[in-house]
Design a protein around this ligand. Structure first.
Ligand SMILES: [Zn+2]
Length: 185
């Protein structure tokens, strides 16, 4: 086909490409905070339910799963829980979350290994921490002040972080302040 004009290459796509990000809807935020508050001393973990839309992972809800490891520095889904929820929620599962009760919301080496093992899936990985850049809010009981959440995937062998938009807390959702003499969390 040497006698043909080469196909002209299109200019760079003029449509603005919205950076991929995570939208954490109020129900997902509330469910996540509730789980963090209920399991403050071990890694809380579970599934993120929602939809993928316009380059965003829209987290509509979260489902807590047992941490079979029951540890503060490690989580492991019980396989039977994972199968049950997969049957129940199917393609609404868009990712997984877990907490780092004692550290920042950065993925550990094990976390990156887990992400790497599922690099073919569209899953987003959310990590929540009492410390972090994106405020998630204050869970009931108030022990996770300014909990932060971050989102990651491994793509092309590289760890990529995605911005997280968290729905603002409404006054009705705000838990009461803990008593002044409450022991530190
Ligand atoms: Zn982790």
């Amino acid at each position: 086909m040497a006698d043909r004009e080469p196909l002209s290459m299109p200019e760079a796509d003029p449509a603005p490409v919205r950076a991929r990000h995570v939208i954490c809807e109020p129900r997902a935020r509330a469910a996540l905070l509730r789980d963090l508050a209920e399991r403050p001393r071990i890694e809380a973990c579970g599934l993120v339910l929602g939809r993928c839309e316009g380059g965003a992972w829209v987290a509509e809800d979260t489902v807590p799963l047992r941490n079979a490891a029951n540890r503060s520095d490690y989580f492991e889904f019980a396989p039977e829980d994972l199968v049950r929820h997969d049957l129940e929620h199917g393609d609404r599962i868009i990712g997984a979350y877990h907490s780092h009760p004692g550290g920042p919301n950065r993925p550990s080496t094990i976390d990156v290994g887990n992400m790497r093992a599922l690099t073919e899936s569209p899953w987003i990985w959310l990590i929540a921490s009492p410390r972090g850049a994106t405020p998630l809010g204050v869970p009931p009981g108030g022990s996770w002040r300014a909990a932060g959440i971050a989102a990651f995937r491994v793509e092309g062998g590289q760890l990529v972080e995605f911005p997280v938009d968290v729905a603002p807390e409404t006054p009705a959702e705000r838990p009461p302040e803990p008593p002044a003499d409450a022991p530190p969390a």
